[in-house]
Unconditional design. Structure first.
Length: 198
């Protein structure tokens, strides 16, 4: 159990932060950037959930993901194989990745096939889910780069890859199962006149 009695400690005033191992690193360190971006994904999902409460199925999926993302942050901030404060080291498991795949398949089964790329938009829930998806892709890029220098588990990398897919499918599901998707029309604005802004 995590107990936070004090919110500020002043230990980060020198521009460093502590990993789960106690090792201090610069706040711009790639590992710190990776789990910080995972936190951004979680915040964006929180915004999406302001608009998904009417769909218990999707909202429950997103609630599970938000909890998973704290597991992922703990996984990333403890690069060694040592145990965490509660004993067992928190790490993303293959079973969490498999659950995402099952949820993707369940949602995607009710969607019409895509005939173009989807622009972020439609309903508020879908727009925020698209935002979360793009931040998730950034987290994945950072984790991939980090994995070339330091240990990042295969399951953790698979989880963020699959999560971006879930967020995409969930955004379509929240757009009336794709009926309200905003589709990309290639070259649509190329022939537009320059007098539109007048």
């Amino acid at each position: 159990m995590v107990v936070l009695n004090r919110i500020y400690t002043r230990t980060g005033d020198d521009g460093t932060t502590a990993l789960g191992t106690g090792e201090r690193r610069p706040k711009y360190d790639l590992r710190v950037a990776a789990y910080g971006t995972v936190d951004e994904v979680n915040a964006a999902i929180g915004l999406a959930r302001l608009h998904t409460g009417s769909d218990e199925r999707v909202d429950a999926m997103l609630a599970r993901v938000q909890n998973d993302l704290f597991d992922l942050g703990a996984d990333l901030c403890s690069p060694d194989k040592g145990k965490g404060p509660g004993g067992e080291r928190l790490a993303i498991l293959d079973s969490q990745v498999a659950r995402l795949e099952q949820e993707i398949d369940a949602l995607n089964g009710s969607l019409a096939p895509l005939r173009s790329f989807v622009l972020p938009g439609g309903s508020p829930a879908a727009a925020f889910l698209h935002l979360a998806r793009t931040v998730c892709r950034r987290a994945e890029r950072l984790m991939t780069e980090l994995s070339e220098r330091e240990e990042v588990s295969k399951a953790a990398r698979a989880y963020v890859n699959r999560l971006s897919d879930l967020l995409f499918v969930a955004s379509r599901f929240c757009n009336d199962k794709g009926a309200r998707d905003v589709l990309w029309v290639p070259g649509q604005t190329r022939a537009a006149g320059t007098d539109q802004g007048r």
